[in-house]
Structures are given as structure tokens and as C-alpha cells.
Design a protein around this ligand. Structure first.
Ligand SMILES: Nc1ncnc2c1ncn2[C@@H]1O[C@H](COP(=O)(O)OP(=O)(O)OP(=O)(O)O)[C@@H](O)[C@H]1O
Length: 398
């Protein structure tokens, strides 16, 4: 069918990658971030064993490849990517754009009952091209219609074709894969993430990654209160996160926390969970200082558990001097679960381990730092720091 309409002039298969959040920064910072994103793209394609030549051009990253759809899918998982579009690169003429649109609509099986719209963007002074962006929409729309008989719907189209013209080239695409946005990974330093095998902390880790922060995941092995299943789940979610950090050295730091938990259980009651969190933060901070991280991240959210009231979070933070970031502080559980599902880290199996077994029947909900410190064994935080020094570092297989 496609041959009937002629082949696309000078067509090359590409994936065009759009990035957004750093578009407003100075040209120097923008160039640095785009370079970093291009490196991530290159590494992600190598990890996925997909071919592609990556190039930075204008405010885009272009990947020349024969496998446009799988390549775009992989790229759309990376922090900093707003969209990835499989596209044909053709001449910046109305005829070439018409040909490309007609061919794409046929190749992509556009049915006559599917409405569509053509969006267009033309960059450059009016004199640069003998047509306007509106001409591209009108002419492009009629080309799609001629091949498909499909109706135009500019408000709620089933399909959106996109044309972008710059200088003497046009990108024409029929599909867009939305990325997470944010900033390229590695542009915002490194943070330690206290990563349990639960639902929340992987989402918190991802939110930091999405804003460009490299992460060092730390799992505290709870000894008799934990278990192999719990640790395996933490390893699994860390591995899932690592796939979105293709050129980063992400390893799981496993801190042996059995003695710390036992001390908390033996010596404390109402404030147990608070002291356990404080010990975890102290261990996280110790790792952070070793791996050059600027902060410690947790998956806590305000009021989600008794240990997560505003007062209790304040008493927890007093255990460390590095900043503690809680990207989920104001998030609802239903939204966190949805995000975890999209991320691929959600597990609905509940393991009878850890916090459930340590939690007291009447937990403190309105702690003061003084009261928590007074009840806590004097050496608890130093025990946690020593445990951090004894940690093992586990390589993760993507
Ligand atoms: N075994 C662990 N190792 C490392 N960090 C942990 C561990 N258990 C809890 N944390 C950290 O403490 C935070 C609070 O844990 P808690 O179990 O109270 O809450 P949660 O909301 O169920 O979190 P999650 O779903 O991440 O387990 C977690 O989000 C995580 O950052």
C-alpha cells in the first residue's frame, strides 16, 4: 500500500527525544544536561541491546535506528525525557511532509473510524520556509485523510500526528511515548535512600531519580525480625530501579541491623518505632558520608503511620545532621500504590516481618526529641553507625 503513495524523500528512521525541565536554564547548563541525557540514552540502548546512533541536535536528542518503537520505549523510561517519538526525518517541504504522513498513517494501520489531528511546529524566521505551520497542518491533514478516510478531531483525537520543521529538515511522527520528565540522572548529586522491600520507599527513590539525583540504596537487615524474603524483595526493587539508571554504579548496601532491632525491642516500648527509624537514619547517614551523598531519603508520608506524625518525624530527624528528604510527605497511599505499579516495584504480598513485629501496641504519636533520647539506649545510634560500617555491598544484575 505504502508504495502506492511513493516513498518518503530522504527518509531516515529516527527517534526524536524531547526534554523539558531544563529548557529554561542557561545555554551552558542546558548543554551539560543534554549531554548527560544523551549519555543515559546511549547506555540504556546498550543495556537493552538495541541499535542506535545518538546525536544532540538543536533542543532535541536524535537516535538513528531501524528499531524505532523499542528504542523509543526504552528511552521513555529515563529521567529527563518528556517524550520519545519514532519519526521519519524528511525534507522540509510540504510535499515531503504529506508523503511522510500518508505513508505513516498506512504503515501504522490508521482505521477510517479513528479520528486524528496533525500538530505542527516550524522553527525559524518566516522567510526560512515558503509555508507556515498552519499550511503543514492543513496539507498534512488532507494527506492523512486521503489515505484513511478518517475524521479530523482537533479536541480529542484518537491519533495525533506531529510535524516539526527546522532548517531544511522535518520530523514526522505518528506515535509519542511519554517519558517521566524531570532532569537527567546524575545532575543533582547523590542521595542515600533507605529502601525497604515495601511499597513506599522505591517510589520515593524514583522521585529523587526523576529529579536527576543518583541514589545509593541502603537496606537494613532486621536480623530475626526480618528474613530472606524481605531482603530478596528489597534486592528486587533495587534492581528494577537500576534499570532506569543505565550508566550508574547502583549497588545495594545491606546493613546488618539485627542487634539494633533487638536492643530497641528489649529496652523500649512506646517509642520503639521512633528509635528504630532514628537508628536507620543514623546508619543511612554513615553510608551517605562514605559514598558522598548529600542527604538521606525515606518513603515516609505525613500521618500514614503512627511513626509518621509531624512531631514524630521531627524527633526522628534529630538523630542526624544531614538533611532527610521525604518525597512522599504529602502523597496519599492510593497515589503511591498507583505510582509503584507504573514503576514496576509494587508487590501486594505482605511479609510478616520487620516493623509489624516490632511495633508496640500503644505507639507514641506526639514525641519530643528529649523524651525519645531519654528513653533510648545511649549507644543506639553509634551501634547503628557501626552496623553501617559492617555493611555488605551487593551488585545488582539488571
Ligand atoms: N528494613 C529497612 N531498610 C531500609 N529502610 C527501611 C527499612 N524499613 C523501613 N525503612 C525506611 O523507613 C521508612 C518508613 O518505614 P515504614 O515501614 O514505617 O513505612 P512504610 O510507609 O511502610 O514504608 P515502605 O513501604 O517503604 O516500607 C521507609 O519508607 C523506608 O524509607
Amino acid at each position: 500500500m505504502a508504495a502506492e503513495y511513493g516513498t518518503v524523500v530522504n527518509a531516515e528512521n529516527v527517534v526524536a527525544v524531547g526534554y523539558g525541565d531544563f529548557g529554561t536554564k542557561s545555554s551552558e547548563v542546558r548543554a551539560k544536561m543534554a549531554k548527560r541525557l544523551a549519555e543515559s540514552v546511549r547506555a540504556a540502548l546498550a543495556d537493552a541491546d538495541l541499535p542506535g546512533t545518538v546525536e544532540r541536535r538543536w533542543a532535541r536528542i536524535l537516535v538513528e535506528t531501524d528499531e524505532t518503537d523499542p528504542v523509543a520505549e526504552v528511552i521513555a523510561t529515563l529521567p529527563g525525557v518528556v517524550w520519545a517519538r519514532p519519526a521519519v526525518l524528511t525534507d522540509a517541504t510540504v510535499d515531503a511532509v504529506r508523503d511522510a504522513l500518508r505513508t505513516l498513517s498506512t504503515e501504522r494501520g490508521h482505521g477510517s473510524d479513528e479520528s486524528f489531528a496533525v500538530e505542527s511546529r516550524r522553527v525559524g524566521p518566516p522567510s526560512a520556509h515558503p509555508f507556515s505551520s498552519r499550511d503543514l497542518k492543513v496539507e498534512g491533514g488532507s494527506a492523512v485523510q486521503a489515505g484513511t478516510d478518517a475524521p479530523v478531531d482537533l479536541d480529542h483525537p484518537d491519533r495525533t500526528y506531529r510535524v516539526e520543521v527546522r532548517d531544511d529538515e522535518a520530523f514526522v511522527s505518528a506515535v509519542q511515548m511519554d517519558g517521566p520528565g524531570g532532569l537527567p540522572l546524575g545532575t543533582q548529586g547523590r542521595a542515600v535512600v533507605l529502601l525497604s522491600g515495601g511499597i513506599d520507599s522505591p517510589v520515593a527513590a524514583w522521585r529523587m531519580m526523576r529529579r536527576g539525583c543518583s541514589v545509593a540504596p541502603v537496606y537494613v537487615d532486621l536480623g530475626d525480625y526480618g528474613g530472606a524474603d524481605h531482603r530478596a524483595r528489597a534486592t528486587e526493587v533495587a534492581t528494577t530501579l537500576l534499570r532506569r539508571a543505565p550508566d550508574e554504579d547502583v549497588r545495594l548496601h545491606v546493613v546488618p541491623g539485627g542487634e539494633v532491632v533487638q536492643a530497641v525491642v528489649d529496652e523500649l516500648h512506646d517509642t520503639r518505632m521512633l528509635s528504630l527509624r532514628r537508628a536507620m537514619l543514623a546508619a543511612g547517614e554513615a553510608v551517605a558520608r562514605e559514598v558522598g551523598a548529600h542527604s538521606v531519603v525515606t518513603g515516609e508520608s505525613l500521618g500514614q503511620k503512627s511513626s509518621q506524625t509531624g512531631a514524630n518525624l521531627a524527633a526522628t530527624d534529630a538523630a542526624v545532621s544531614l538533611p532527610v528528604h521525604r518525597p512522599l510527605l504529602t502523597a496519599d497511599k492510593t497515589d503511591i500504590v498507583e505510582e509503584a505499579r507504573a514503576l514496576g516495584t509494587f508487590s501486594d504480598s505482605t511479609l510478616p516481618v520487620g516493623c509489624e513485629r516490632v511495633a508496640p501496641s500503644h505507639p507514641e504519636t506526639n514525641a519530643t526529641v528529649e523524651a525519645v533520647e531519654a528513653a533510648e539506649p545511649d549507644d543506639l545510634l553509634s551501634m547503628a553507625r557501626e552496623a553501617a560500617a559492617d555493611r555488605s555491598v551487593v551488585d545488582l544484575e539488571p
